[in-house]
Design a protein around this ligand. Sequence first.
Ligand code: S3P
Length: 186
Amino acid sequence: MNSRGKSVVLIGMMGAGKSSVGRCLQWRTKLALHDVDEIIASKLGLPIAQIFANHGEEKFRQAETEALCDLLGTNREIIATGGGIVLRNENVEILKRRAVVVWLDGDEETLFKRASRSGHRPLLQREHPRKAFAQLLQARRPLYAKVAHLRIDTSVLTDEEVAVAILTKVRNINSQMLSTIPATAP
Ligand code: S3P
């Protein structure tokens, strides 16, 4: 990655592989990796499902915005977000300005299968989780599209392959940004 690059932020629906791809990127780049969900859980001293159950989604969303703002400072890092990071406008604005935003997408069935594996996702603890997932995905796809600088379809790729694809594309973005700076610039 170019030394002048911004932090790389992974967004996308539950099951897109943001945390595991984040670990592959960390290994390859040696940059620090932060996971917004992990930061919130450690700050509030509870697993995410318990935060939703005890304090409600709004409290979680507030903590999510605070964690994101704290993270997007001056250091260049890898940041894995939760699937709902695009729901607040203030998150979208800060992401657009301060990060290279990579949207990990995939076909609905694949994403749902991966997302339901853990059994801990509070937004899927419903009578009809498959339907709830489809509705969330439909509502969120335009939001991810609006903020993302890059989109990668992860459906048939391994986490490693996704990480390599990201690094190739981020290098291109950074070199395009640098090529617009005159060679004599201070
Ligand atoms: C959420 C996704 C979760 C977690 C929380 C809310 C969402 O993260 O932040 O349960 O709104 O989609 P993952 O995308 O890592 O599952």
